[in-house]
Design a protein around this ligand. Structure first.
Ligand code: BGC
Length: 416
């Protein structure tokens, strides 16, 4: 490893001597796309930039929701060494912009007309003080179930349409000896499940009051107690080894017919596609029963940090590449997400992708497009992390449902 590092360092030094310009064009990209499906999508971006002569320095930090990546980022910025571009979610972008750390993409945004094609819900996080500070690469949503179709067929189960039907299907899978719910016990994954469960228990308006308005009367309420009770029901359907498992390994359990269902954002589809599984034939995608009609979204964006002048040109070229309609199709069909522009045709997307595109538009129209709490689009990191703590402690049996709702209201109040 050390030898390899040295060789790379020598090669880099040689390149520097040969061509300062080539080195200045490199982008160093901090991201958390480390699973097989995510790496495949990332390659679409790397290759796109390569064709434009922009080099790529990879800075991966694993962990959904980006908590690990954000810790590394803070250290890098504190050391005066910000990466060129950083994968970032929602409120984190606004927090960094408020610190004055981000650059300005206004000229490329104006030249390419981003204002007219990027959905308003994304612009709320891509712009700060009226200026573009990041380029949105996709729109994901968290309230999805991924199901192994062979297991459902074998057990004679139809796609569950209500919470009660979902619980009955989980029970049938468990009774047949399968892991009913593939899950990884990591705080961000518990919180991802909670996004859908809160909508199911209280409806979209309730979700908004609780997670976006942070209304204490919603956080500690009968609806929230019901949400925690539903989490306890789900807890009864995970296997003994769930603790700490990575999300993509949970997806693999569904892919390999060890588990019937996974509740996870649509990045899970990237894993199924990479395993050459076909929606409708090998697996089913549907909204978490009880949450239909709502979309809890999170959009990955590349936030551009203030960097030297030479790197600004590369940032602009990267942002322009990301926003091109062709790239949005090539990337998002692999990633499992849908385009971050409203003018991209959906015909090259599979059935789950087309459903996602249609539901995103309908939810935006109907006022049920809601920022994902788990993925940084409902409230700032301090509040989000406080919610994570309570949800995970409850999932692991530290509180009952009533105490958890009380703790949730307390934790959110002290985090603000
Ligand atoms: C990101 C996705 C990513 C997932 C799991 C989410 O926070 O938005 O792009 O695939 O985490 O790593």
């Amino acid at each position: 490893m050390r030898g390899l590092y040295t060789t790379t360092a020598i090669a880099t030094a040689a390149m520097m001597t040969m061509s300062g310009a080539a080195l200045a064009d490199d982008v160093e990209v901090l991201h958390w796309w480390t699973s097989g499906g995510e790496a495949a999508a990332l390659n679409v971006l790397k290759e796109d930039l390569q064709t434009q002569g922009i080099g790529w320095l990879d800075m991966p930090v694993a962990g959904g929701g980006g908590e690990g990546a954000m810790t590394v980022l803070r250290a890098r910025v504190t050391a005066g060494d910000a990466p060129t571009a950083v994968q970032m979610l929602g409120f984190d972008i606004l927090d960094w912009a408020a610190e004055g750390a981000l650059g300005n993409l206004d000229s490329v945004a104006a030249a390419e007309g981003w204002d007219a094609v990027v959905p308003a819900a994304l612009q709320n996080f891509a712009k700060y003080d009226g200026h573009w500070v990041s380029a949105p690469v996709n729109v994901h949503s968290t309230n999805w179930v991924w199901a192994n179709k062979a297991i459902l067929d074998e057990l004679g189960l139809a796609q569950p349409k209500t919470w009660e039907e979902f619980v009955a299907a989980l029970q049938a899978a468990k009774d047949a000896g399968y892991t009913a719910l593939a899950h990884g016990g990591q705080p961000w994954q518990d919180a991802t499940v909670f996004d859908s469960i809160v909508i199911g228990a209280g409806g979209p308006e309730f979700y908004k009051r609780a997670f976006i308005d942070l209304d204490p009367a919603a956080l500690n309420s009968p609806e929230m107690v019901e949400a925690f009770t539903r989490m306890e029901t789900l807890r009864g359907f995970v296997d003994d080894n769930f603790s700490g498992r990575d999300w993509n390994l949970a997806s693999a359990m569904v892919i390999n017919k060890e588990a019937a269902f996974q509740i996870m954002g649509d990045w899970a589809k990237g894993e199924f596609l990479r395993a050459e599984k076909v929606p409708g034939t090998d697996f089913l995608c549907f909204r978490v029963p009880g949450s239909e009609g709502s979309v809890t979204f999170n959009a990955d964006q590349f936030a551009m940090f203030k960097v030297s002048e030479g790197a600004v040109a590369s940032q602009e070229a990267m942002a322009s590449a990301i926003m091109s309609p062709d790239f949005q199709i090539a990337f998002n069909t692999v990633k499992g997400s849908v385009p971050a522009r409203t003018d991209v045709p959906g015909d090259q997307f599979d059935a789950c992708g087309q459903q996602g595109i249609a539901e995103l538009a309908a939810a935006a129209e109907g006022g049920t497009l809601l920022g994902s709490m788990a993925h940084g689009h409902a409230n700032p990191a301090a509040v989000k992390n406080a919610i994570y703590d309570v949800v995970t402690a409850h999932f692991n049996g530290e509180y009952d449902a009533t105490a958890a709702a009380e703790e949730l209201a307390n934790a959110v109040a002290s985090a603000q």
